[in-house]
Design a protein around this ligand. Structure first.
Ligand code: SAH
Length: 244
């Protein structure tokens, strides 16, 4: 038998076996109509705060579904925090990075307005839905937080979590000597939060790179080839996630 289907629920799950939750209509539709599950089938539910429950479903009239919590399952979130600060990108590219970086275990995504980013493409509801679906699918018990878009200069001092001093690295194609992992590996080894800054298709301007360096970020290279923004973002997230 495959893994049980996992669903995110919007309400905090009471830590009491036997408590009952009503599944929201889109989830109920997915369970009853799309997956054709039956009363008594097992699902896994998580509320995004780190825990996960095994639950039995009961399909009532009109396809309303209640789930009875049965057993608490262990927390599966990765250690430490990696925050991706990515310039707004055109079309579906930003959506794609949200989905992939969620699967890879990113903690926060900060959309950035930069000199060369394209204006007017923020879609917070859609972004949240993509993050929830990727979390359900990948087995994570937390949902990455996607902040409202902010200018680079705010993103350079943004710190959402209570943790020690962060390591901030700006991915810059003109940096030729410092490899990405040089500052990131030691930071991850100590559990320090790591902030990754990736620019738009047209790159960061020289002024922006200076601003980042002036606020304590380090410039790093992802190799001698020029990567597209979305490739650079996923390469950086992957390396950072595995650098512990
Ligand atoms: N338009 C620029 C390239 C921008 S690439 C040019 O043609 O020179 C888009 C973004 O991806 C950059 O802002 C940077 O953050 C990242 N990036 C791409 N290749 C990189 C590399 N080899 N090393 C570090 N960052 C890179």
């Amino acid at each position: 038998m495959g893994r049980p289907h996992r669903f995110h629920v919007d309400l905090p799950l009471a830590p009491v076996p036997g408590s009952v939750v009503t599944l929201a209509t889109p989830v109920a539709h997915q369970v009853a109509r799309v997956l054709r599950m039956r009363s008594g089938d097992v699902v896994h539910l998580f509320d995004g705060n780190g825990g996960e429950w095994r639950a039995f479903i009961e399909i009532g009239s009109g396809n309303a579904i209640v789930a009875t919590l049965d057993g608490f399952l262990a927390e599966t979130s990765p250690m430490g925090s990696v925050v991706l600060c990515l310039s707004l990108l055109k079309g579906e590219k930003f959506d794609w990075v949200i989905q992939k970086s969620t699967e890879l275990g990113i903690s926060h995504i900060v959309p950035m307005v930069t000199e060369r980013s394209l204006p007017g493409s923020a879609r917070p509801d859609r972004w949240h839905r993509i993050a929830v679906e990727a979390s359900e699918q990948s087995g994570r018990t937390t949902i990455p937080e996607i902040t409202p878009p902010m200018p680079l200069r705010h993103a350079l001092t943004f710190q959402p979590m209570q943790a020690g001093p962060p390591c901030r690295v700006i991915c810059w194609e003109d940096e030729r000597t410092v490899p990405f992992l040089a500052p990131v590996r030691p930071a991850r080894a100590t559990g320090a939060p790591v902030f990754l800054y990736v620019g738009p298709e047209g790159g960061f301007s020289a002024t922006e790179v200076d601003l980042a360096l002036g606020s304590g970020a380090q410039a790093v290279s992802l190799g001698s080839l020029i990567l597209r923004s979305e490739t650079a973002a996923i390469a950086a997230v992957t390396l950072a996630m595995h650098a512990t």
